[in-house]
Write a protein that binds this ligand. Structure first.
Ligand SMILES: [Zn+2]
Length: 299
């Protein structure tokens, strides 16, 4: 399908890989040495839910997103309305970042799209829960850089004008503000950041999970139970990235623990949504126990 694709100014600073937003299957070729010849593109999706987190009607609604690549110029992108076929309606929880915005919840998801190979069948990739309508824009999320701090990111392959090293494909990190309008009323959702900090290695992943657990603990302690969703969602994202980073021989065990971690998500999310403090705490304690397991594998 032809979607109008919008290029973000390719002038960002140093960036993290977008792996966190893939569909779960690992990248395969991890190592730095072999970069694909093409910059990857991604699709930005904005899901909308009402106060009960059920999909909200997008009738009469327009959306745009103000994207700011790290170190780059901000751009305003208009978003196209997409209404996938199918009867299954899903709420939020597509692994993006969720924010309360006025009477709505807004979720921002970046999907990694295959490079522009034209590849035939077009419509593949209907992952289970995508019957929920959303606003979307195609983004060129990558640029070319030598990887050195302060050196430019360019839109074409070649040599770095500063150090003349060969340029490699790099993914862009950006923040975004979604602006939704309905009947002249504007709703802003601020503070989205993509990609969220992907872990550098196994230890870093564990440290990030520990940090999010601490955040959730703070929210539980201060009775802000409705806010546990984003941190818990981030833990789930990180858990998807950990198994390939696991110490040798521990991949399988780490995978199992990470799966168990993701299974805890709905538990803590529901407890949070229903303001059940005890249950949220119980779920968080399970998170902590799983983190302990992961730490044991690191030794
Ligand atoms: Zn350079």
């Amino acid at each position: 399908m032809k979607t109008h694709s919008i290029l973000i100014g390719l002038c960002a600073g140093l960036l993290l890989p977008l792996v966190a937003f893939g569909q779960g299957h690992g990248h395969g070729h991890g190592a730095d040495g072999h970069d694909e010849a093409k910059a990857k593109t991604g699709e930005l999706r904005v899901y909308l839910a009402d106060s009960s987190k059920a999909p909200a009607s997008l009738d009469g609604m327009t959306a745009m997103v103000i994207v700011e690549p790290e170190g780059g110029k901000r751009r305003v992108l208009r978003l196209k309305l997409v209404s996938p076929k199918g009867t299954k309606k899903t709420g939020l929880g597509h692994d993006g970042e969720v924010r309360k915005a006025g009477p709505y919840y807004v979720e921002l998801v970046v999907k990694e799209a295959e490079a522009d190979h034209g590849g035939g069948h077009g419509e593949h990739g209907h992952d289970g829960g995508d019957a929920t309508p959303y606003f979307a824009a195609k983004l060129a999320l990558s640029g070319y850089t030598c990887g050195m701090k302060g050196h430019p990111v360019l839109s074409k392959a070649g040599k770095c004008p500063k150090c003349s090293m060969k340029l490699k494909v790099t993914d862009l990190k950006f923040s975004a503000v979604v602006v939704l309008r309905k009947k002249g009323k504007t709703i802003n959702a601020k503070g989205f950041k993509h990609p969220s900090q992907a872990p550098k290695d196994f230890a870093d992943g564990l440290a990030q999970i520990a940090k999010h657990i601490k955040t959730i603990q703070g929210l539980i302690d201060s009775n802000q139970l409705l806010k546990v969703h984003p941190a818990a969602s981030k833990i789930s994202q990180i858990s998807k990235l950990l198994p390939p980073m696991a110490p040798k021989g521990k991949e399988g065990a780490v995978e199992a623990t990470c799966k168990a971690i993701r299974a805890l998500f709905s538990e803590i999310d529901e407890a949070g949504d229903n303001k059940r403090k005890k249950e949220a705490q119980a779920a968080l304690d399970k998170y902590s126990a799983k983190l302990k397991e992961l730490k044991a594998y690191a030794r």
